[in-house]
Design a protein around this ligand. Structure first.
Ligand code: UDP
Length: 321
């Protein structure tokens, strides 16, 4: 297949490019490099089946030749980013989804939307199944991200129903691993970088909120299985191994061997406004239709992520064996 990956220079997008190339496809990565980085795709530079196009997908997309699949990953999924760039967040979720769906329609391509567990908001159903409609505050600071993705899902379904586009919707839960930005603001890079630098680990409020953390390799496996499948409804992709943020901090301290302390802080900005108290994917559908479930235990995935940030930050210290 000849595949377009928007957000192809980002964390998940670049890993997806690697996997699609390994599967024998031709890949065009598109990114405006607002939060993505060419460092994430530099290793693909000599690959004749890979091409990078710098473009903002909220503007009209013109691509020559056939396209068999469009994977819309371009997004600003970090709370820090969407608080700093609220209008770009809405635009890439709404206008970017419109442009990429339009391209898929023109080219007769299959379409995969990277949606999010944020469509469930601060959930009143736990764990979250795909049938749950969510509990989102449309006018809160997180609304710019949540509502753009809810709109993106609605638009994707409209293109499926009205235009017959062959669509997929991946609802991606918290994912972590190499190529996240050190300053991304999300909890795993924050804690790992804080631990490696010997800084306090900033646990927001009381650290009792819960998440399940999916290692990037597992997520990519789920995403490509969904792309190759015939499943047109939304599918949760995430790790149901739920832990508190305080426990995550303790694990990071153990695995890095850091002397850092845990510091309970209440951010002065809107970072924790409407922050979901609990989140855990029900992955029954992914198990059933994709035969997929995460394989990488948190300690292993964190170990690989710590090694990545150690090299990136240039902290020579070794992990305890
Ligand atoms: N969090 C934290 N300290 C940090 C960053 C995040 O305690 O330095 C918390 C945050 O309040 C949330 C959880 O960790 O409850 C996960 O946050 P993240 O930004 O990684 O992703 P989210 O699940 O909110 O999209």
């Amino acid at each position: 297949m000849r595949i377009l990956v928007t957000g192809g220079a980002g964390f998940i997008g670049s890993h997806l490019c690697d996997r699609l190339l390994a599967d024998g496809h031709e890949v065009i990565a598109m990114d405006n490099l607002r939060t993505g980085s060419v460092d994430n795709i530099a290793h693909l530079a000599g690959n004749s089946r890979f091409r990078f196009v710098k473009h903002d997908v909220t503007n009209y997309i013109f691509l020559d030749g056939p396209i068999d699949a469009v994977l819309h990953l371009a997004s600003l999924p970090s709370p820090v980013d969407y608080l700093n760039m609220p209008i770009q967040t809405l635009k890439v979720g709404a206008l970017g989804t419109h442009k990429t769906l339009g391209l898929a329609l023109t080219k007769g391509a299959r379409y995969l939307l990277a949606s999010t567990s944020e469509v469930y908001g601060d959930p009143l159903v736990h764990p979250q199944t795909e049938e749950y409609w969510g509990n989102v505050n449309p006018i809160g600071p997180r609304g710019v991200y949540d509502e753009s993705k809810r709109f993106a899902e609605a638009l994707t379904m409209a293109y499926q129903r009205y235009h017959g586009v062959d669509t997929r919707i991946a609802r991606i839960f918290n994912t972590y691993g190499p190529r996240m930005r050190a300053d991304d603001g999300r909890v795993v890079p924050n804690f790992v970088c804080q631990a490696l630098r010997g800084d306090p680990l900033t646990v927001y409020d009381d650290g009792a909120r819960t998440r399940g953390f999916c290692y990037i390799d597992d997520l990519i496996e789920g995403a490509v299985r969904l792309l190759y499948s015939t499943e047109t409804g939304p599918v949760n992709l995430g790790n149901p191994d739920e832990i508190t943020i305080l426990d995550l901090a303790r694990q990071v301290l153990t695995l890095t061997g850091s002397d850092s302390q845990v510091e309970f802080v209440t951010p002065a900005d809107a970072r924790t406004a409407d922050d979901p108290k609990v989140r855990c994917p029900d992955i029954s559908r992914a198990r059933r239709v994709l035969g997929w479930e995460p394989q990488v235990p948190l300690a292993d995935g964190l170990g690989r992520t710590i090694a990545y940030f150690r090299a990136k930050l240039g902290t020579g210290q070794q992990s305890p064996s």
